[in-house]
Write a protein that binds this ligand. Structure first.
Ligand code: ZN
Length: 166
């Protein structure tokens, strides 16, 4: 398996980034055009190590004038969003992210993509639970399978200027 990060442009300003982010990650693909807005689909980022975090923060610094939308953030991306404040500069917005739910009644587990401003609101002081989800199998209420305090912490730092104003 290779660690090379892959960039797949779906549209002019929408790119899916896949792989592991580490010291060898090269983000120059994102600097090739002078984007005003970038949509980064991060569903397939399966791991970010500490050198990768630095690489990402440096890349963000180069993109500081670009409005960045994080879409479909994977678990590993969400962990970093909540632990490393530099992952969210003033022009970054998180559109959606993954969360795992488990049903204690029938042991079903499910990964759900939560849309910020729709499933869950940004800008709350603290988060004590994820939004309610019913088990697809037995229809009981599922448990949010993360510590909401830490996993959802990034939402507190997120401006709720968008969407929530509806
Ligand atoms: Zn169930």
């Amino acid at each position: 398996m290779t660690n090379v990060l892959s960039f797949e442009w779906k549209k002019e300003d929408y790119v899916t980034i896949s792989g592991m982010i580490d010291e060898s990650s090269d983000f120059s693909e994102l600097f090739k055009k002078n984007h005003e807005v970038l949509f980064l689909d991060l569903k397939n980022i399966h791991r970010i190590n500490s050198s990768g975090v630095r690489k990402w923060v440096l890349a963000l610094d180069k993109l500081k004038d670009v409005e960045i939308h994080y879409i479909n953030c994977s678990f590993s991306v969400v962990d970093q969003l909540s632990m490393v404040p530099e992952f969210l500069n003033k022009k970054c917005f998180v559109e959606s992210f993954d969360a795992r739910y488990v049903c204690e009644n029938c042991n079903t587990s499910q990964t759900v993509t939560l849309v910020v401003g729709f499933d869950i609101q940004a800008g709350e002081k603290n988060y004590t639970d994820g939004p309610e989800r019913l088990c697809p199998n037995c229809k009981q209420k599922m448990e949010f399978d993360h510590n909401p305090d830490s996993y959802l912490f990034f939402l507190s730092n997120l401006s709720n200027k968008k969407k929530t104003a509806i």
